[in-house]
Design a binder for this molecule. Structure first.
Ligand SMILES: [Zn+2]
Length: 417
């Protein structure tokens, strides 16, 4: 197959992208980059279609067998750090197009499921999409704006500073137990009803922290979940090594505490639940256990899950967030997008390739969950190491993402009049 990279021009960005190509030919979109591929004999026709679709050509053609093209979704640069020998055709940070033998791709796809995923390249696929910010902007609602404005950078930073002061938050360590107890105390202190949920992580004991806030509506109430993993890891150094986990995921955990602070006195109609998961880094143990224990009626009551994992590393010149879900979470993605447009200055990217965080077990059970994560056009090479320190964190980005999440959650849980 021949391959060429095109750019979606600014005037058609943010809209629904579609391009009809001859049989056998296909496209794949990575943000504003579109790759067209087809057989040699089709090439002239393909170039014509691209021109009619207003695509602008940016890069020269290369040749690769169709079955060897794979999409990699990676945390930080973990795939490239482990496999520098694999040729990268297109590099968009969290998302790569790589050339791999199909059997090897299947093996690698199973190897480190919390570090990266490897998928065969589908036909006419949007790997991730960059939204035109102005598209969904609506007038702010005063009661929601009030809650959004309660997000405070100093309290977020104070919480983050406390979290990174543990030598590690490795899920089965005494330090994790202390961090979980401290977070629970803090949430209890805000006036919430809290509990631990015990979990087993590779034979060791760990726990989730669960907070419930009852809504005031009479009759059947829905529940909205805000989640983040509290644990950290140092992959090279092992369980005892320093793992500050400032971005991954002190940022999401401190963010959860901050959102809990904002909603403490909010008279919501529907229920609100906050969960700090353990065992995420070892393979989503906390969220898998939580979802497995839900009754069918509790599952059905969950209206939306907003997961935060890495919200404070500024990898691009603009503040951007990636909303990652699946088709069943499209309504939540749309709501978050609208919240971002109305209450923040974030650039929003979206993806329907859910991977490697606590939103995945929910999605696998048909629950509409979305991951909110710092925009990843460039690399964050520090995660899962002793270098994921608070010095590299940009609280301004986290605050913007929290403002988006608060606005969305507020609109979901409603307010008693
Ligand atoms: Zn994480």
């Amino acid at each position: 197959m021949k391959l060429a990279k095109y750019e979606v021009p600014p005037n058609v960005r943010g809209g629904r992208f579609d391009l009809t190509l001859p049989p056998g030919a296909s496209w794949v979109r990575f943000g504003n980059d579109v790759l067209l591929y087809g057989e040699e004999a089709q090439w002239k026709g393909l170039a014509d279609r691209a021109r009619k679709g207003h695509l602008q050509k940016r890069e020269r053609v290369s040749t690769v067998k169709k079955e060897r093209m794979h999409i990699v979704v990676q945390n930080g640069r973990l795939f490239q750090q482990e496999h520098p020998e694999v040729p990268v055709i297109l590099d968009r940070g969290r998302f790569l197009l790589v050339e791999l033998d199909p059997a090897r791709a299947r093996r690698l796809g199973r190897k480190s499921p919390t570090c990266y995923g490897v998928l065969p390249l589908g036909k006419n696929k949007v790997v991730f999409d960059v939204q035109a910010r102005a598209a969904a902007r609506t007038a702010p609602i005063a009661s929601i704006q009030n809650l959004v404005d309660k997000i405070s950078r100093p309290t977020f930073q104070a919480d983050l500073t406390r979290l990174v002061s543990f030598p590690t938050r490795f899920s089965t360590s005494v330090h994790y137990a202390s961090a979980a107890a401290e977070a629970r105390n803090q949430l209890t202190g805000l006036g919430y009803s809290t509990k631990f949920q015990n979990i087993t992580v590779n034979g060791g004991a760990s726990r989730n922290v669960i907070v419930d806030k009852r809504g005031g509506a009479a009759g059947a109430r829905k529940v909205v979940l805000v989640t983040a993993h509290l644990d950290s890891i140092n992959l090279q150094g092992g369980p005892a090594a320093s793992a500050p986990g400032a971005d991954d995921n002190g940022s999401g955990s401190a963010g959860l505490l901050e959102i809990a602070r904002v909603f403490r006195d909010h008279p919501s109609k529907h229920d609100l639940r906050f969960i700090l998961f353990g065992g995420e880094e070892e393979g989503l143990f906390g969220s898998k256990h939580y979802v497995a224990k839900l009754s069918a009626s509790e599952r059905a009551r969950i209206q939306a899950v907003v997961n935060m994992d890495m919200i404070a590393s500024l990898n691009t010149s603009t503040r951007s967030v990636l909303l990652e879900g699946a088709t069943l979470s499209q309504r939540v993605i749309n709501g978050l997008k609208e919240a971002a447009a109305t209450y923040t200055n974030l650039t929003v990217e979206t993806s329907l390739n859910p991977f490697a965080s606590d939103h995945v077990p929910f999605i696998n059970k048909g629950i509409p969950a979305v991951l909110t994560i710092e925009g990843a056009d460039n690399a964050n090479s520090r995660i899962h190491s002793a270098n994921d320190t608070i010095a590299h964190v940009k609280s301004d980005l986290a605050v913007e993402i929290l403002r988006m999440n608060v606005a969305f959650v507020a609109s979901e849980v409603g307010q008693m009049s």
